[in-house]
Design a binder for this molecule. Structure first.
Ligand code: OAD
Length: 248
């Protein structure tokens, strides 16, 4: 493992165009549960019943009461962890350009990254289904469920539900960043949800080095990734950053 940490530190030090693709695993050390696996949100609630746009349209109050309230409580209080902070440091040092995240928690921006593509939107904001106005969570009155906009329209999270397309500009920018980077760091994603999981494939096809950080192997590991650093993303990133100081 130490050899791989050194290799990652060296690879990153030599690049000015790193892109990070992140998933729920990077936010676990901030107290946010993952979607899949043990303790995952989809273990407790059926995504087709609570996270599909058809389910929301059928019964917004039901989805608000179960999924949105739970997610809102978690994301309202979570703080960036060492992995988020390391990515912000890499940007500050002119190494990392863009973060493509599947997370809806806003923690990358909170840590200081300025170019963050939120592939699945953001749970910190609600959007009126009638007038499209965006309202920050702390301004939303949830004494009545589903909460309503001033215009009377129902509020929904400004995120992508199952059954909805990724906003075209996010998808296009992500594809471009993936095709242009020379290293892609793939952190804490099970890499099973498309089209996000295609980004490392695009990077690889464009000759980038793909480095994974995860607790376990993913479908990318043997096919796409150059190497995987097995462990918790905060701990692994701290070890890489400590090695990088020696390359300064
Ligand atoms: P998942 O919950 O599918 O996967 C989390 C990944 O993080 C797994 O591969 C874990 O092994 C890994 N992991 C867990 N703890 C970790 C840690 N401390 N450090 C590093 N890795 C760790 O989450 P995503 O891949 O983000 O979409 O899921 C993708 C999408 O599926 C989500 O954006 C969401 C979901 O359905 C929508 O809601 C549209």
């Amino acid at each position: 493992m130490e050899k791989l940490i050194k290799r990652a530190a060296k690879d990153l030090s030599g690049s000015k165009n790193v892109v990070a693709l992140t998933g729920a695993g990077i936010s676990i050390e901030s107290g946010i549960p993952p979607f899949r696996g043990k303790g995952g949100i989809w273990e407790k609630i059926d995504p087709m019943e609570f996270a599909h746009i058809d389910a929301f349209m059928r019964d917004p109050a039901k989805v608000w009461n179960v999924l949105i309230k739970e997610m809102k409580n978690i994301t309202d209080t979570a703080k960036p962890n060492d992995a988020h902070k390391a990515l912000a440091q890499l940007e500050k040092h002119g190494i990392l350009k863009t973060v493509i995240t599947q997370n809806v928690d806003g923690l990358h921006q909170m840590a200081g990254n300025t170019d963050v593509i939120e592939f699945h939107g953001n749970f910190a904001w609600q959007r009126c289904m009638d007038c499209n106005r965006k309202i920050k969570n702390d301004q939303v009155d949830i004494s009545q469920i589903p909460p309503k906009c001033e215009c009377g329209g129902i509020l929904r999270p400004d995120c992508v539900f199952f059954g909805e397309p990724i906003p075209t500009d996010h998808l296009m920018r992500s594809q471009q960043a993936s095709a242009e980077c020379d290293i892609m760091l793939v952190i804490g994603t099970s890499a099973v949800v498309q089209p996000a999981a295609l980004m490392p494939v695009i990077a690889k096809e464009s000759n980038a080095t793909v480095i994974e950080i995860n607790l376990e192997k993913t479908p990318l590991t043997d096919q796409i990734s150059d190497y995987i650093l097995l462990g918790k993303s905060g701990e692994v990133m701290n070890r890489i950053m400590a090695q990088m100081e020696r390359f300064d």
